[in-house]
Design a protein around this ligand. Sequence first.
Ligand code: 5AD
Ligand code: SF4
Length: 474
Amino acid sequence: MLDNVNKVIDESRQGEAYGQGILSEDNGYARRFYIESYGCQMNFSDSEIVASILNNSGFGATRNIDEADLIFLNTCSIREKAEQTVRKRLTEFKKIKQSKPDMLVGVLGCMAERLKSKLLEQEKLVDIVVGPDAYRSLPILIEEAGSGTKAVNVLLSREETYADISPVRLNSNGVTAFVSIMRGCNNMCSFCVVPFTRGRERSRDVNSIEQECRDLWENGYKEVTLLGQNVDSYYWVDPISEQVFNFANLLERIALINPEMRVRFSTSHPKDITDEVLHVMKSYDNICKYIHLPLQSGSTRILQLMNRPYTKEWYKAKVSRIKEIMPDCAISADIIAGFCTEEDQDHQDTLEVMKFSGYDFSYMFIYSERPGTLAAKRYSDDIEPEIKQKRLEEIVLMQNELSFTSNKKDLGKTFRVLIEGNSKRSESHWMGRNSQNKVIVFPKIVGSTLKPGSYTSVLVDNCTQATLLGTIIE
Ligand code: 5AD
Ligand code: SF4
């Protein structure tokens, strides 16, 4: 695998243990839970809902497995490798359980939904199985599992949005937070397991989203990321006033909370992002100029097989439209190498669209067939692993060049940066992001009052492929 900076993300985030942010509040709890989350931001956000539900039923978080009465893995099914990682972890927990028989192990999220009771009944790896729409039943299931009953709830819902549950922020930097605005997905991209594991799309009450964002602002947070599988199809009707809210309306409402609170969102579908959204983005300085616009493939033929209803030309026109309305807007993509029947010409089309779009960064994957998906039913996973790998490497190389070019264009520019914390490499440097979501690292000034959550102006004077480097301009 290439030593690239734009990570080829097989599992976008690997099992982070949560608990840190709430340890201080947990002293009063008699029982403890430990939770690890895998996969997309939505899963991490769901773990914060789970933490809230568990707190309310008497469990405090811990980061220390040894003191846990309950262990949860919030899992991802998007690629086979994600599931393998979780299985390995569950096997490790099974060993721990031999010396701690009262400890309960639960699997949450997409794998729970996909495999249903299999992990519990056939493989005997876990005690509790809970799908993404059934977290409210956790307290009852924990009781049942404690008394030796099989504890499974994988019912999907058409309504559940957990709108009334205030997430407990876990491992938070106190500056940036995710806010879920919708759940599920109706798109049925042929490669994707999400519509099966997360169910039908539904949007959350606009008022509860606004309230959650206001609470975050009042608690010192400076940036919210509105989360959904397909945020552009957000649609909510106020049952009293019958007022309709689309994504542009929601975005504006959140931007108006405070001009100093940044607003981001993810993920957009190229077919659904509207000019109205682009104009709202342009109108508000605090809506970040960054769009994650998954391409998946640059070949119209492959896009059709993927059930992505746009062509190569249509996608390119969308990119041009974004740049026309907001010339300073950064764009990133998800790209899949080696989908069924992909030929070299299709792969070349992908590279061409990448170059045309000039992505600032990308998440790049090898196609992994998922049981039950349309692609698994209709097509054969016929591209040799070596060819998939080679194409992925070419895609990564292309992205590295594009990222470096994009970063070099920023040399000499000054950006308003929101400080998130210390740089990973050095405590004498801050790390923050500009509106375009680029990471900027710069030296601290001795005696300055800047802290995480402060905005500062940074002049970019150097860069790598992955990072901008700069100095504070007073
Ligand atoms: N194989 C590889 N990548 C996939 N993705 C979704 N399903 C698969 C799969 N079966 C990628 C898509 C999506 C991102 C979240 O994961 O690019 O946008
Ligand atoms: Fe999966 Fe497509 Fe929905 Fe994204 S839009 S979650 S890739 S089905």
